[in-house]
Design a protein around this ligand. Structure first.
Ligand SMILES: O=P(O)(O)OC[C@@H](O)[C@@H](O)c1c[nH]c2ccccc12
Length: 291
């Protein structure tokens, strides 16, 4: 499996959190692949049998939100995240039920529900993803489901699809360009346009070179956890006039943050912690997006 300039731990420096998670995830995936029942060829067979649940295309769903039908001006869409814990914040909301939370997000108008499936630092599982999907499946215009994960192999993308994801996250900082291109193509082949995550201009170039249609700028640097809300703003000009849905990720806690991005032409915001902690989820969402 390929590592990258950024993802490669050099001998002298201690590994960054991204490198630690990547290393652990490689072991986890190796174990799953060696386990009868979840071997790669078995997942391929399930996919070939058409057993993955039907999916919806990400881009049109992301462009649709409770304000998009009425307002002439551009409106922001919400990607709402299910996140029990995180390496930077520790435990966030251990008792929130993913299926109930997904329903609340969907009914409040989220276009995408992002589910963390990383078990060690984020305390998420593939079952969270599957049950979140099942909870919203009956709704007339359900949100798309995003597998929020540290993806480095086709296997994880196949798993995502079989567990009901409509899209997966690809983190540019974690992957060299050939691997990124290969995983991007595989995800598209399964019908899932990925959310491609960048954190600076060089990574944005790589995402654009790939032809990514949905790009998320993470305001949080995954190597050192520093959060700079201006990160998204600084990259907006690189996608202006382009056929790209631009999303701001991380650190968004109130309508002030959202309004700045709206004025700058950002198309969507991804919110985790603030939503998981909100005492009244739907009231919080209405206030956040001014819906
Ligand atoms: O909880 P926040 O600050 O609203 O952030 C959500 C989301 O952006 C964050 O969870 C995230 C962005 N990119 C990631 C990559 C892996 C894991 C997590 C993430």
């Amino acid at each position: 499996m390929s590592t990258t300039t950024n993802g490669d731990a050099s001998a002298s420096k201690p590994p960054t959190i991204l490198q630690k998670i990547y290393a652990q995830r490689q072991k986890d995936v190796e174990l799953a692949q060696a386990t009868p029942g979840t071997r790669p060829d078995e997942l391929d067979t399930y996919l070939a049998m058409g057993l993955a649940p039907p999916l919806i295309p990400l881009v049109p769903r992301l462009k649709r939100n409770p304000a998009s039908s009425t307002s002439a001006s551009s409106s922001l869409s919400l990607m709402a995240e299910i996140k029990r814990a995180s390496p930077s914040k520790g435990d966030i909301a251990l008792t929130v039920n993913p299926a109930q939370q997904a329903l609340l997000y969907a009914k409040a108008g989220a276009s995408v529900i992002s589910v963390l499936t990383e078990p060690t630092w984020f305390k998420g599982t593939l079952l969270d993803l599957r049950l979140a999907r099942q909870a919203v499946d009956v709704l007339p215009d359900r949100p798309a489901l995003l597998r929020k994960e540290f993806v480095f192999s086709e296997y994880q993308i196949a798993e995502a699809r079989l567990h009901g994801a409509d899209t997966v996250l690809l983190i540019v900082a974690m992957l060299d360009q050939p691997t990124l291109a290969r995983l991007y193509a595989y995800s598209c082949k399964l019908g899932m346009e990925p959310l491609v995550e960048v954190n600076n201009a060089a990574e944005m170039h790589r995402a654009l070179e790939l032809g990514a249609k949905v790009i998320g700028v993470n305001n949080r640097n995954l190597h050192d956890f520093s959060v700079d809300m201006g990160t998204t703003s600084s990259l907006v000009d690189m996608v202006r006039e382009k056929d790209v849905v631009l999303c701001a990720l991380s650190g968004i806690s109130g309508p002030g943050d959202v309004n700045v991005y709206k004025e700058q032409g950002v198309n969507a915001v991804l919110v985790g912690e603030a939503l998981m902690r909100a005492p009244d989820t739907s009231a919080f969402i209405k206030n956040l997006l001014a819906w």
